[in-house]
Each structure stands twice: as C-alpha cells, then as structure tokens.
Design a protein around this ligand. Structure first.
Ligand SMILES: NC(=O)c1ccc[n+]([C@@H]2O[C@H](COP(=O)([O-])OP(=O)(O)OC[C@H]3O[C@@H](n4cnc5c(N)ncnc54)[C@H](OP(=O)(O)O)[C@@H]3O)[C@@H](O)[C@H]2O)c1
Length: 295
C-alpha cells in the first residue's frame, strides 16, 4: 500500500500532515479514504481488522478498536489530523468514544473531525444524540482542535426502516427529517480533512436540501425504487410493542423509537446549506440517491 505513481499530481506527499481515518471498512469512512487517496493525502487507516482495510495508494494501516486504549494510542501516534467516525451502536458506545478521544489526546493528535448528530444535546429526544453530545464535550475539553459534523439521519437507511411490506412504522407524526446521504457526509469530511485548519473550531450541520415527513418520504421512495412504501404513525406504546419481535435491550428499543419521536419533535427538521457550502455540490435527494438504482 505504498505510493506507486512518480509523476501524478495525485502523488502522496511525505511531508504533508498525516491524516488518521477511522471507519474505512464502512460506508462513510471508505469513501473518505478513497477520496484522500485520490487527492494524494498521506493517511493512516485505523481499522479493527487490517485484513479488511481497503487497498489504497499511499495509505498505511494500523489496528485499533475504540475502547482498546493501548492499541488506540499506538495506532494514533504520529497522526496530525484524525477523522473519528462514530462507532457501531453498543450499550457502552459512549465509554468507547470517550476512551478513543483520550487516546487521541495522549497520542498527540492535533485536530479531530468527528461525525456527531444533528441536535446533539444532553437532553436530545433521539437518545443516541446524547452520546454524541458527551463525545463532543470530551473533544471540546481535550485541548485538541475540533471540527464537529452534526449529521442528520442517513437518507440511505430510510428504506431499511421499512418492514417486508414496505411499511415505515413509528411515532413520527407529521414531523419532518432533513436526511442526508452518506456520500454527501463523506464528501464534506474529505473536504475538511484537506484543509483542516480552515475548519478548526467549526460545527457544521449536515442535512439534505429539504425536510420531508415520513409520509412524503414513503411516497417518494415508492416512486424512486419502484416498489410500495407507506407510513403508519404509531403511538409510543404501539412503537415499543411492535419492536418486541426483535427482543431489543431497553437502550436499543429507546434508540429505535426515539428515532421517530425525534422526527416528531422537529429536532432533525432544520435544513442547512453546509453540504453545498463545503463541497460545492447539491446534496443528494431521494430521487437522485435511489432513482439510479432502479427497483
Ligand atoms: N446518521 C445516521 O442515520 C446513522 C445511521 C447509521 C449509522 N450511523 C453512525 O455513523 C457511523 C458511520 O456510518 P457508516 O454508514 O459508515 O457505518 P458502517 O458502514 O457500518 O461503518 C462503520 C465503520 O466504523 C467502524 N467501527 C464501528 N464500531 C467501531 C469501534 N467500536 N471501533 C472502531 N471502529 C468501529 C466499522 O468497522 P468494522 O468494519 O470493523 O465493523 C466500520 O468501518 C456509524 O458507525 C454509526 O455510528 C449514523
């Protein structure tokens, strides 16, 4: 995984800052890493399993899992700017995040770019946005430079909210969500990582170009994907009851149900121009994201 091109403008610079990229085996981080490789940025992919790291020119690979403090410090030594993707949902995700932030500070990382959540707050309706707030607080008090990217819900996962019959079900009422595509989030991250000092201290809210109710989203998903989608507004009790078939732990059920109550509350309805401002292109919509995929 070393630089092979000797003349290309995409050549890796051995003197530029070293960018640490987490999550490169996933959707957002994978796209970020590919964009940085294309731009010739020196990067270290911090992954949980080196055998699954993408093969990219100019990229080093180091292994660490959030929460494994020793491995995280070792993997982050020498990293100047770190892209920290939020971890997979887990009961101890908050603790994993706080440990990884501490490891980054201990390793001497100068600047962290973190994917937070729109409306992150200690009392956010969406329960996982409270963990994002705690992570933000840890970053703010770490002494490192910080850039916060507060993402809305991912547009990509909207169809996955639906059951086998295409029914989106939850207590969202007529609330609206300004969902953002993962590709747009990744494009913002890649832009920020290529000029980090210009974004030090900034908080961006990454949204689509519009906020839609789930009823509208269902109708438009049906049009774009060519199969039926509909929305059923549940009461809170109905929402917890209908999710019991998966036997979630209480924290998981709260996270699932509060996805919908956060939409009802208006917490994720604000539309910003941050994606356009930072990438120079319009955010993807239901039609432009899903339409090309066909049925
Ligand atoms: N805004 C939203 O609607 C929304 C929806 C879903 C997820 N998210 C959050 O956004 C993040 C990125 O989204 P995505 O679509 O790129 O997710 P993804 O495709 O599932 O990728 C997640 C990446 O994070 C890595 N990762 C997960 N837990 C980790 C841990 N404890 N320590 C180290 N690395 C870890 C994964 O590594 P492995 O390959 O080893 O698992 C993978 O590379 C997710 O991890 C999740 O926190 C947000």
């Amino acid at each position: 995984m070393t630089e092979t091109s000797s003349s290309s403008v995409h050549r890796s610079s051995s003197s530029g800052p070293l960018v640490g990229v987490t999550g490169s085996t996933g959707a957002v981080g994978g796209r970020v890493a590919a964009a940085l490789a294309e731009a010739g940025v020196r990067q270290r992919l911090v992954v949980r399993d080196a055998s699954r790291a993408p093969q990219l020119d100019g990229a080093e690979v180091a292994e660490a899992t959030y929460g494994d403090h020793e491995a995280s410090v070792a993997a982050l030594r020498g990293v100047d700017v770190l892209f920290m993707v939020s971890a997979a949902e887990a009961p101890d995700r908050r603790a994993q995040h706080l440990d990884f932030v501490a490891a980054a500070a201990e390793a001497g990382v100068g600047h962290v770019v973190y994917t937070s959540f729109q409306g992150a707050a200690p009392d956010a309706v969406f329960t996982l946005a409270r963990d994002h707030w705690a992570t933000e607080e840890a970053l703010r008090s770490s002494g490192m430079q910080v850039t916060l990217l507060r993402d809305s819900f991912y547009l990509d996962v909207l169809p996955e909210f639906a059951d086998e019959q295409g029914v989106l079900r939850g207590p969202a009422g007529s609330g609206r969500v300004a969902a953002v595509a993962r590709a747009d989030v990744a494009d913002v991250v890649a832009a920020v990582l290529q000029e980090p000092s210009a974004h030090a201290g900034a908080t961006y809210e990454l949204t689509g170009s519009e906020a839609v109710s789930l009823e509208e989203a269902a109708a438009r998903l049906a049009g774009a994907l060519g199969r039926p989608f509909s929305f059923v507004d549940e009461t809170l009790d109905e929402a917890y009851a209908s999710r019991q078939r998966w036997q979630p732990e209480p924290w998981q059920a709260d996270a699932w149900v509060s996805t919908y109550t956060s939409i009802a509350s208006g917490e994720v309805s604000r539309v910003t121009t941050d994606v356009r401002d930072l990438t120079g292109h319009d955010p993807l919509t239901i039609e432009t994201l899903f339409g090309a995929r066909g049925a």
